[in-house]
Write a protein that binds this ligand. Sequence first.
Ligand SMILES: *Cc1c(COP(=O)(O)O)cnc(C)c1O
Length: 394
Amino acid sequence: MNSNEKTIEKFDEHVIHSYGRYPLAMKKGSGRRCIDENGTEYIDFGSGIGTNSLGYCDEKWADAVCAQVRTLQHNSNYYYTEIQAEFAEKLCETAGYSAVFFGNSGAEANECAIKIARKYSFDKYGKGRHTIITLVNSFHGRTIATLSATGQDVFHNYFFPFVEGFVNVKANDIEDLKAKLEDETVCAVMLEYIQGEGGVNCLDKKFVDAVYELCQPKDILVIADEVQTGVGRTGKFLAGDHYGRKADITTLAKGIAGGIPMGACLVNEKCRDVLVPGTHGSTFGGNPIACAGGLAVLDRVTGEGFLDEVSSKAAYIKERLEKCPEVASVSGLGLMIGIELKTKNAGDIAKKALGKGLLVLTAKTKVRLLPPLTISYDELDAGLDILTEILEEA
Ligand SMILES: *Cc1c(COP(=O)(O)O)cnc(C)c1O
């Protein structure tokens, strides 16, 4: 039995089998590469599903996190910490929001957004105006409420009863949107500008414009789930910046703290006083270590020219992929890329890539790439050589 297999045996005996996993055990990482327990090295085009935005164990990030671990690893939200204040200030300034609530995951950030939207409406209009429109093929998380919000029937099984008050509209279908907005109980529309798990599909600008233009006059809030698209992933700080729109509430997680669990729910002026003491909370929310990681990510991402580099790398990847005859189309924005294949199966490609030392993700029928934002052209070339070679195999 090799080292990978030993770990897998122990793991499978005691960890609930709630994931389909590849048969390898990751041991360590450095830069944009990681190494499994057998010593095999992989170029990482997945960055832990977009979490390791600065790659593995980035020096400045690791220094900041370790310094915080040795200073104050946690207290509680009964007290204030300077590091949370500093991170909140910088995050709000960078994202253009008034205030933030910190949790520990994307699902929690979305839970917070749902609670704020419902309470905003309750405070202003009373009971009954609670419906949240979400999009078909969306993904908002795994808790019962965020599963209920998720507009995919495959997720609505086993765990009945789901949370009431979610209605789905077809993405990019303005007529469907208009019809569903007639319902007087609607308090918010929640969307991903680019549906990530749903297959890396960008919403049409026209549809996004319609959402904002139809919601504003009715005081219906717009919630942008930027858990996957946020913090520089798409070449702008928020994907909403590509659309020239700012949601009332934006949620972030995945890449926000460079691989440390954190979720954030950002709100505008209108929503900043909705939650009052006792209405929401999280034991670990705004944890100092996560905030230190988050500050290190923000410092880098807001650095001169960083986001333009993300866009240049993205254009380079797209150009190389589009030359590959097996590629039907390339979707997404920045370093959030979906590859539609002509004949091959995305899952098979991901498995084959592993065998050749490359980590990629899938989303529905597409191969999905979420490389670290810091990836170099040499690393991109090395990974793309492997990927295109597999795609061109007979
Ligand atoms: C990953 C993801 C979530 C869920 O985040 P967790 O941290 O797994 O709870 C929610 N929304 C979107 C758009 C995501 O990509």
